[in-house]
Design a protein around this ligand. Structure first.
Ligand SMILES: [Zn+2]
Length: 192
């Protein structure tokens, strides 16, 4: 099981400005905050960039390949991903207001997990390839075509921005089993 520590640190800029930023912790399902629709960002400014960097840090710490802002309690249309292999150099991606502007007709089935549903996996069918438009960390509109793991990851993260979890693609029976187990675990943790 994954535990997320909640610590804070202080950054001091050269202008003498002091800003405290809490290390982001990942919300575990079931939680109403994971079921809400996220709001688009007006532009990618320093605050959004800081959120993206904090999310990447939390994602790497939890050994994840993608993370959406609602998972850290920010209802913004922001996601980060890095699907590079461990032996490859890191390839962090930061996206604001991502939208699928095209998807392939052919579908791919693959096992998915989620940092908000630790230790649970399920088979999800999605379009094999997608073209995604988004604003990058410099507020520049970009478009990329993705297939394979990246396509799956981006679609999974965009689902989070709509309040949709991968278990929502499974049968009600499988979803119920996973959510009940997580709910039990949370109660156990809460009572120590
Ligand atoms: Zn997820």
């Amino acid at each position: 099981m994954t535990a997320f520590a909640y610590t804070s640190y202080v950054t001091v800029t050269c202008a003498g400005e002091v800003s405290a930023m809490a290390k982001l912790s990942i919300i575990v399902a079931p939680d109403p905050r994971l079921k809400r629709q996220a709001e688009p960002v007006a532009r990618v400014d320093r605050e959004v960039r800081r959120l993206m960097d904090g999310m990447l840090e939390a994602m790497y710490e939890a050994n994840g390949i993608g993370l959406a802002a609602p998972q850290v309690g920010a209802l913004k249309r922001v996601l980060v991903a890095d699907v590079s292999q461990p032996e490859e150099p890191a390839k962090p991606m930061r996206m604001a207001n991502p939208e699928v502007v095209w998807h392939s007709e052919d579908l791919a089935s693959g096992e998915e997990g989620c940092l908000s549903l630790p230790d649970h996996f399920g088979e999800v069918i999605r379009p094999r390839a997608v073209r995604v438009r988004f604003r990058d960390e410099d507020d520049v509109v970009q478009e990329i075509e993705a297939d394979g793991l990246l396509a799956k990851c981006i679609q999974h993260e965009i689902d989070h921005l709509e309040g949709v979890l991968f278990v929502d693609h499974l049968s009600a029976l499988k979803r119920g089993i996973i959510l009940r187990k997580l709910s039990k675990q949370k109660k156990l943790l809460a009572t120590g």
